[in-house]
Design a protein around this ligand. Structure first.
Ligand code: XBP
Ligand code: MG
Length: 256
């Protein structure tokens, strides 16, 4: 059988909400514990946190919230950085306690991806310290060929920077990879980088706008009749238009 036009080579996963449901019972708790430890009267409810999630990046999320509480811009930024460092330590402790499992069906999908000879990778806006701890705890060391976090890019999702950087690191064109995301911000980041994107929503993101995603489904039994499998990822890749190759302009003859 001839090889499809776009053979899939790599699958790039988001972390928060995609590989694991980390937000409600993980990050939110760590943010609230950091506020309490600093003597601040803030406590994000499940619902309020869901709204704050549209601001990607924990330090940006805190700064945005402090500004809305009437804090001066510069003070909010400085306190956000301190609070976020403490929140990160607390979140690593939550990860180490084993309280955050992988989303059901994810370990099986990773096994199938590896068995098909595909390269699994991670592109997240999360902080390196906890990302490494979470991935090692849930999937073992070196489960992903490349892991890019907020530390490696100047701008967070929905900006495509982390995905563009990933394609560079994998040395692949966008047509050879598919992104797996749980949120509207994530879908926008992936598609702006030219990637096809499969979206696997969760309770926090299910009502968001996933315009541009190729499929919207779930892992394993959550995916109903058409769950996300290695075969479906290969189909998604094969069915998208190939990257347009722009021929380099001819080198002008050197004068003189
Ligand atoms: C995740 C985020 C992160 C996490 C918290 O978005 O925006 O800010 O909520 O982690 P995505 P940090 O799933 O699109 O990557 O506190 O480390 O930022
Ligand atoms: Mg996410």
């Amino acid at each position: 059988m001839p090889e499809p036009v776009n053979p899939l080579r790599a699958v790039i996963f988001d972390v928060d909400g995609t590989l694991a449901d980390t937000e409600r019972d993980g990050h939110r708790i760590a943010f609230n514990d950091a506020f309490a430890a600093a003597g601040l009267p803030y406590e994000w409810s499940v619902e309020e946190y869901g709204e704050l999630l549209r601001i990607t990046g924990g330090d940006r999320r805190i700064a945005h919230y402090l500004r809305n509480q009437g804090w001066d811009e510069a003070v909010a930024k400085m306190r956000a950085a301190e609070l976020h460092a403490d929140k990160t330590r607390r979140f690593v402790e939550i990860v180490s306690s084993g309280a955050l499992p992988a989303r059901p069906g994810v370990p099986e999908l990773l096994d199938a991806i590896r068995a098909a000879g595909l390269r699994p990778a991670v592109a997240t806006t999360g902080t390196r310290a906890w990302v490494s701890a979470l991935l090692d705890t849930l999937f073992g060391p070196d489960a992903f060929e490349v892991v890019l976090t907020a530390a490696e890019v100047p701008t967070l999702k929905p900006d495509p920077a982390v995905y563009l950087r990933m394609l560079d690191a994998l040395d692949l064109p966008a047509s050879a990879a598919v992104a797996v995301e749980d949120s509207g911000n994530g879908v926008r980041a992936a598609t702006a980088a030219g990637l096809a994107c499969a979206v696997v929503p969760n309770a926090y993101t299910e009502h968001q706008d996933f315009a541009g995603a190729t499929v919207c489904t779930g892992f394993g039994p959550e995916g109903g009749a058409r769950p996300l499998t290695a075969e479906l990822l290969q189909e998604i890749c094969a069915s998208r238009p190939a990257d347009v190759t722009v021929a380099a302009p001819p080198t002008p003859p050197s004068g003189g």
